[in-house]
Design a protein around this ligand. Sequence first.
Ligand code: SAM
Length: 700
Amino acid sequence: MAPVRKKTSKLRKSPKNPSKIQPKNNSTSESEENSPPPAEQFELGDHNSDSASELSSDGDDPLTDDFLQGSDDDEEKASEGASGSGSDSDDDNIEKKSIAIDEEKAREEEDAEAEMQLNINQESDEFRLPTKEELGEEALRPPDLSNLQRRIKEIVRALSNFKALRHDGSTRKDYVDQLKKDICMYYGYNEFLIGALVEMFPVVELMELIEAFEKPRPICLRTNTLKTRRRDLADVLINRGVNLDPLSKWSKVKAEDSVLVGRGMVYRKRVSRTLKTEEFYSTMQCNSATIAIFSRSATLVGLVVYDSQVPIGATPEYMAGFYMLQSASSFLPVMALAPQEKERVVDMAAAPGGKTTYIAALMKNTGIIFANEMKVPRLKSLTANLHRLGVSNTVVCNYDGKESDQLLPNVSPKENSVLADSRTINLSEKLSDPVFKLNIHYAAFHSQLPKVLGVNAIDRVLLDAPCSGTGVISKDESVKTSKSLEDIQKCAHLQKELILAAIDMVDANSKSGGYIVYSTCSIMVAENEAVIDYALKRRDVKLVPCGLDFGRPGFTKFREQRFHPSLEKTRRFYPHVHNMDGFFVAKLKKMSSSKPGVKPSETAEKEEETTTFVKEKEIKGGVKENGNVSSESEFKKKKRKFSSKPSNGLKENGKESSESEHKKRKKRQFPSKEEISNASIFFSLGAAISTLRRRHESIL
Ligand SMILES: C[S@@+](CC[C@H](N)C(=O)[O-])C[C@H]1O[C@@H](n2cnc3c(N)ncnc32)[C@H](O)[C@@H]1O
């Protein structure tokens, strides 16, 4: 492809207002809209890969950065041509050229100045909000999308420089209210969600986020290192006619820079390193499946698919379990968990198993993973993926992850009492089912996972919690309209119950572990920082770095809420910043099994009802109505005083005495790692065995 060179003068053009919103699906204007980047920055619009030729003929070809050097040569040749080959002398020539260059430069500067002045004048035009009457008339007509889009742009512009651009008589709130209405109408959100997002982001960034939600995220593959190596997989795919384009490490891209690679489109935004021309060209010129490899470490092996004409979820390699299709963000919690070989690991909410299979690969199929999923229909995909990827260290469980004392209403008392009546059975002998031959167990009776596995029994727990999904709008548009405040509260409530249960299962004295990773694909503070803050107050855990070298720090303050300062160690990921689904990751280290000031069977709901909590509220003093702590250390001091009466082996400071802790551990013994690794298939199912068979068969 012969690249078209952009004139140097064009690159020097003064910046237009970067806050201007890109028109929806406008693929040509981005490079125009933004300021000319420094030599090593790119600013590209969305482009379909098969429109590569269009790009080459476009005067605004965003690839021009690569040809800045070339344009100098052209100018030289041109001026040589003008002066002719028989000029007076070389010195004269040089002087003429120099004058011409100076004049050209002066002209460009004048142009740039004039344009900047024009921009300033345009921008100082204040924007007037529509009157009630105008809005009334507008409501009677079908929505005028271009008008809405223009108004959104104008309001964002006005809000970004409110002092200068506000219209007399209108408040900031008036502008924000109109903006929310217009966004709801134009992008199809409900008022609740837009209200929540407006509270989280400045308007310019809000628009970037909303626009990013309109575009698909890259499809990623994870090489299954239990079956193959990245290089081998790449070779096989190349042989199938797949273009492989190795990108540099994702981690090299700074937090605020984005490598944006999407299906049928590629664009870069404020990338602080120069892309090699060949690297970029091979990206743009692809005409079949093009795959870019990114790898953050020796253990993470990922492939980004951004333009595929082959069904990437149905290749022989896929069927053979050489790779798993999963979003880039779903690598993160497992990387943070960092499971070690021979450990005891729980994946509390596992289906369809993207993260379980990654954990198994990192553990090289050693130790044991309890992959739990509460919803029976989802066990099918979980089991199928474990099989396909050759995972053999995993027990699939079907329990409620919570620690609630309440039995599930749809489960018979018989099923719930199964554990009490259980015996150990060698399933490999009893069952000829290949599932069990592969060491994948399936316990199909309802109970609570923490009760089955016991307390202090696990080295690491991953809680990839059920959530509102507000980070994955580009995958599931229904989230725009289906979520309400009540939904978020319900999710947060369940998440609080699950995180306490997760912590309780972990052995604080684990030699290699003692960690809990909490993640969601929600960007709501109530489902993320607030849940972690809740756990920090109720269990002896501390936040530790996630070990991820990018992502934004979690909130320590959000509106009137104040969280523990260590919340800064959590990580947030956004589509407009990291080109990943909206995601949250936190890593906790369990310090001891004490539960400061709370009952062991506490659930979020119960706690609010118990007198303990009422008393706690009374003693908080400095704690506001909404639960914010004005002085946390003061609160802790008061709380310690309140729970100073030692009971049930609790020390004055609320920590268990080592004696009672020791007794407890003795009472509930978990098999050693060696026992687990060497064990053939044993599973306590007892009277549930026939139920298990039936349910298992129906699932398969
Ligand atoms: C975010 S998804 C998990 C995705 C999975 N970790 C993966 O990477 O493939 C959350 C899962 O939690 C399950 N779930 C919901 N409530 C649960 C509960 N009380 N206990 C255990 N799992 C639950 C949901 O059915 C859902 O499959």
